[in-house]
Design a binder for this molecule. Sequence first.
Ligand SMILES: Nc1ncnc2c1ncn2[C@@H]1O[C@H](COP(=O)(O)OP(=O)(O)O)[C@@H](O)[C@H]1O
Ligand SMILES: [Mg+2]
Length: 251
Amino acid sequence: MTDPTPPALSLSDLSKTFGGLRAVDGVMLQVEAGERRAIIGPNGAGKTTLFNLISGELPPTEGRITLFGRDVTRLPPHRRAARGLARTYQITNLFPRLTVLENCLLAVQALTSVKLHLHRALHRYPALFERARAVLEAVGLTGKEGETVRNLSHGEQRQLEIALALAGAPRLLLLDEPTAGLSPGESHLMTTLLKRLDPSITILVIEHDMDVAFELAKRVTVLHFGKVIADGLGEEVKANPLVQEIYLGAQ
Ligand SMILES: Nc1ncnc2c1ncn2[C@@H]1O[C@H](COP(=O)(O)OP(=O)(O)O)[C@@H](O)[C@H]1O
Ligand SMILES: [Mg+2]
């Protein structure tokens, strides 16, 4: 009998070694459909590597990855994307000389069979436009469509990255430090926007700031030297002596 609602993501004994370094070390993780989960941990803990394994950009050394009940361990990134996975990167990944709308249209068309020619009149792509407008609205960038990306503030660029990840209507969204490098005001706006995203989207967010992590997610997983050292509800995790030691020790 198949489970009617399999978890959005399930990682079983997942490891990645680089030479002698175990960057991800025997990670077990289950994220339920519709859940918001934060992954925290100090620099070098293996958080981004974990995302690279989930998205398929890196092959695991050991272990298994299941997306919505289907084993995707050996699938390339585009096949995982086709199953509803999208991600953003810690480093910005935009076309700086194109406009907000052009960046968005490119992301939308990459996931459809429509071939977009930017030198052609853009109004010839009504369906792409509609989708692009919807995702820009979801991230609070309505009114900025004509801006060149390099003229946006850092916070707006990060909002646009979320829009691009939303372009393919993902079911599981991986966000790698969406508030990194943002001012307190921008970070607050980003947190508000993320909390407002469609609740049916499962979100796994790497967050350096523990307070932001607890604001975005009820449940938090802590990575340290590639291992899950704590996993639970906010207060439990905050009270964990090892977590306190790592976070107080790092500040
Ligand atoms: N492609 C790579 N080749 C070799 N070492 C890597 C590679 N990617 C990451 N690492 C190492 O793996 C460890 C975990 O890195 P990373 O996943 O980026 O940590 P985090 O995102 O938690 O800061 C670090 O020691 C980093 O130097
Ligand atoms: Mg990282």
